[in-house]
Every structure is written in C-alpha cells, then in structure tokens.
Design a protein around this ligand. Sequence first.
Ligand code: ADP
Ligand code: MG
Length: 679
Amino acid sequence: MNDFLDLDIKSVKGVGEKTAKLFSKIGVNTVGDLLYYFPRRIEDRTNFKKIKEVFDRETVCIKATVFSDISSNIVRKGLIIHTAILKDDTGIINAVWYNNSYVKISLKKGKEYIFYGQVTHKFNKWEIQSPIWEEVGKNLYLGRLLPVYQLTKSLNQKTIQKAVLEVLPYADKITDTMPSEIKAKYNLAQLSFALKNIHFPKDIKSYEIARRRLVFEELLVLILGLMLLKGRKLKEKGPKFTNFSVSHFTNSLSFKLTGAQERVINEIIEDFKKDVPMGRLIQGDVGCGKTVVAAAALYIAVINGYQGTMMAPTEILANQHYESFKKLFEPFNISVGLLSGSLTKKAKNEIYEKTKNGEIDILIGTHALIEEGVTFKNLGIAITDEQHRFGVLQRAKLNSKGENPHILVMTATPIPRSLALIIYGDLDISIIDELPPGRQKVSTYVVDDSYRNRVYNFIKKEIEQGRQAYIVCPLVEENEELELKSVLEFFKDLKENVFPNIEISYLHGKMKAAQKDKIMKDFVEGKSKVLVSTTVIEVGVNVPNATVMVVENAERFGLSQLHQLRGRVGRGKYKSYCILFSESGNKTTQERLDIMQKTNDGFKISEKDLELRGPGEFFGQKQHGLPSLKIANLLSDLKTLKEAKEAAFQILKEGFSKNEYFYLQKQIKNLFDNESFSF
Ligand code: ADP
Ligand code: MG
C-alpha cells in the first residue's frame, strides 16, 4: 500500500547526508514526512506583465531580453549595485541588484529570461528590484504558484522546494486515506490531487480545493480521536422525563426571563424529550443569567422524580448557589443540600446519607461531589458550572455518579465556537447572547501608578454613595508564600493609610472555608465595603451592589480572566467601573489591555485572547491537551470543522471498525501518540 511513504529522505534525489540532517530538524525523515510538510503559504508568481503595463510597487513576472551589458558600480564600501536594461516588445525597464555578483556571471546579454520582482517608479525611472530569473521554457520556480515553507537555520526554501518536486510523483501512487463515501458526500478532492496542489498548485482554486481536503481530514482525525477518548456512547438511554411544565418555576422568579434564557431552557426541554441523554454546553457572557437556567433544568429533573447536582469550582461559589437555590426552590418543597470539602466528617456523612436515600433533591457542591462517598438514589442531571475550571476527567467523574444522566456544562469564558466544537466534541451548544435589561456597560480604564490617589478617592466616593469595591491582586503559584506576604502588606497599607474609616476585608484561597464564608457574607450583606482579594473571586461571585473592580498588575492576567474579574461588577442597576493598574510600558501588553477598554463582549475578548496566546496557553495545558495541527486553523476553518464534526458523528454511529477506516485509525494513533485506542 503506501509503504513508499516510509522511504528514507536520503533516497530523494539531491538530498545527501547533510541536507537530511537539516530536514530532520523540521521533523522530515521520510518521503511521507516531506509530502505532508505543508507550505505555510503560497506565493503567486503568475502575474505576467508587459513592461509597459507594470504599476509602481507591483510584484510581477516579466518576460524580457537582457538588452545591455551588466554594469557594476561601487556606491560605497560594501555596496555594489549591478544594473541591466531589460527589453520586451513594449519597452524597456532597468533591473537593479545589490551586492549580487552572481548576476554578472549568470545573465547573458541578448538572451530571454523570466524576471520576477517588485517594480518601482522613482525619479521618473522604472526599475525592477533585485529580480530573480530563470530561462524561458526552463522555468521551475517562476510563472507558477510557489510554496513557501517554514524554514530552519541553513535549510532554505529552494532546497525544500526542490526536494518536494522530487517526491511529488509519489502522490500519484498513493492509496487514498479517506473512504470514497465520505469524499463523495463532502465533495473532497482525491488525496493525490490534494498533495500535489497543496505544494505546487495548478491555480489558486486548486490550492483551495486541496487545502480543504487536507484540513477536513486533519480535523476529522482530531475529532474522531477526541470523541473516542471521551468514550461517547451514542446508543445509550437517558433518564426518562415526561413532565415539562417549567412555568410554575419560571413564574415564581422575581424577574422576567430574557428571550435568550427562555430559548435555552426550551432547547434543554427538547433534549429531555429525546431518548438519549442530553449533553449540552451553555455559553454566556458573565452576568447573562446562567444560574437560573440551570435551576430550571434542575427543577424539571426533580418534578420528574429525579435528583440533580451542580458542581462549582470554588467554595464561595458553591455556597452562593446553595443559598440562592434554597430560596428559589423553597416554594416547591424541593430540598437543596450543600457538600463542600470543609464540612466535618459527620456533616459530610449526613449529606451522603440524605443524597443516597433521596431526601436531598438537589446537591450543590465543589470537587467534593466527585468523591467516592457520594452516591445518588437516582441522578437525572449533572451540571458543571464554570466548567473551564475543571478538567475533562472531573466532569466525567461527576457524570458517572448517575446512570447516563443528562449533562449540562456552563461557562462564562466563552470560547470561540469553532474551538468549542472541538473541545466539547460531544456536546451541543447553547448560547445566551443577551443580558438582563438595565445592565450598563462597565467603563474600563487602564492606568499607571500615577493615578493611584485618584482611583482611591473615586472608590471613597462610590462608597459614600452606598456602593462597594473589589481590589484584586495577582497571586502567582510558584511564589505563593512570598506573594501572599506582599498582598497582605498591601492590604495592611490600604487599611491603615488609605481607607482608615472604611470597612475593608481581605480574602485569599488559603483561608479556612468558614473564614472565607464569613468574609464573603459580610461583603454580600454590605457590612464590608472594600474586598481585597486574590483571584478566588474570579468566577461566579454575584454582588450586584459592587460597582468598582480594581485589578493590580493587570498585565499578569489573561484577557479572559480580566473579563471575568470585570464581570463581578455591573451586575445590578448601578453604573460600574473597572480599573486596571499596569506598570508595564511594554507595547504588546498595552495593546492587550487596550482591548479591555474597547470592548465588553466576552466572545470577542476570548477570541482575541486565544489569538494572542494560542490554544495551549489559553486553556492551560492540563485542560485541553490538544495535539498540534499541521494545516487546519481552528479559528478560520470553521465551516470545514462543522462538516468534519458531522462526519465524525456519522462514522462513529455506523461503526468505526470497518476496514475502510484503516488509514483514519492509523492517523488517530499517530496524532494522540500516547493514548491507546480501540476501534
Ligand atoms: P452568570 O451567567 O454570570 O452566572 P448569574 O446567573 O449569576 O450570571 O446572574 C447574574 C445576576 O442577574 C443575578 O443577580 C441574577 O439574579 C440576575 N438575573 C438573571 N436573569 C435575570 C433576568 N432575566 N432579569 C433580571 N435579572 C436577572
Ligand atoms: Mg455563574
């Protein structure tokens, strides 16, 4: 079959020991590696112009004769300019080269060549700058679309281009890796066509067709692998719900649901009506009201005789959900329990017992929920809040607490849809794209230390108006002890010197849960006015009376994280402010923080964040662990991504063990090289 792909790169004409070593630096050791070493871009060298037709600054190919001798002028030490006059049947143009004595040996007066370079028009003179050339009729690199590859030191374009031209004939012999049914259904090119045209395309259209085929295959392999990893079983049965009268619950709320909230609740109900368990991700910007949507889903589970559970990443948040759910469900006689790591053993056991015998209808908690002791009587739905704080495994563990329960995951760090499709390959996506009425844009300012007094005075003024403020300091894990100390000193200074007559409190992750709860409670109730905190308040915390969010060393945070922090204010009817202190004069930092000033749209921010930091840093290694891609761009190949996802579902549904999938299976194994797969 495709064994020739394993041939050593040294078997390629022109590739000796030395070049092979260079190739191995870019991961190319075999013929197959080289065929699959896709160019970064294609350079268009097909723009042929007559000399009379050229424009200033245009990059062109000109078919012309060397009309003059080549003259050389030493302009100054170290700079020799070579010029020649070129002529075609429409006119003449000067060709200019700098320090390129090869011109003199190689170009022959009176001979016709193709020249390729940028044209300029200066001081009434037309020139073509440092053109490269080939003899007419023998041109390999001019007059065509040419691949531009990622290089490494000492390995130049031409070497790669030449070697690729040598191996391209193999493409004709290749057995296609994609079953013909899929190719037909998605209108994909043959592999041989794709490989030839991704490197040396016949025309731009062919390149695009080739690229689409290869992107599709790469994404299909990735998605299939992820789906297999997640062990999605498409044929399993979910809990059976028959009662969907959620209006009793929604009518009892103190506000009217937004259109987006209603739509998403309906999407959830439609899922409940199906045979298979729901798997749904709710994305919605901070403050859009995801909690009440989760509550509606829990309500439906309970009126159908099932239990529900919701996991939150911090005790503060779990506690907050617990308090608000207790109130929401009180009229319906639905019992809510809270399980957090800080409970005494006795209290924990009590919760375990009540969960097991069904006395607790809805169990809220932190990671403690996925501990061994937790068993449900009949879990109907498992919800993960702020899922970006959890790993895939933790989510899976929560889900395994029931027998194929419905699954809902919620996130306020919206990730671009294209990526969501990949990372949550097994989930459907709902988006809450509307904020409750009356919310005002949070005004955001990036300032340096010279504004410190003004900012403090501003906080004092807001507090006089009855509002509250957060001041957040970064805490970097490597240096926790030291930093904690400096944060504490900062707090002391604020307390003694800046806000001596104002209730100010301090919160960090290492505190005992009871202590945290107390501090948070005081802040929620308005007893303390300023809360100095590490990022433990980053997610979920809901204090509508707070109107100022100050972030110290803002440059240390990712944009999405800053957006989360900013989302702690502007949750009520009061005008709110976010002030980002940054000392870094660094230009890219400044540009990054500027984005925060310009937009409040979490989707735009996460897209930008992702663009700036790349998927690896954006998600944190632990969370995504996605393999790197050769050709697909997760941000721009959205359409193909959707098609590949659809195809992956279909393949898994119909059985992936067939022979025709041999090559796809092989690629999955390669891509996820440390995972074991069974197909
Ligand atoms: P998030 O989506 O960030 O989790 P929350 O669910 O915490 O947001 O909701 C933020 C605030 O908005 C809460 O105080 C909540 O009670 C309120 N809220 C939610 N939905 C609405 C609505 N439709 N109208 C008015 N206020 C709402
Ligand atoms: Mg929330």
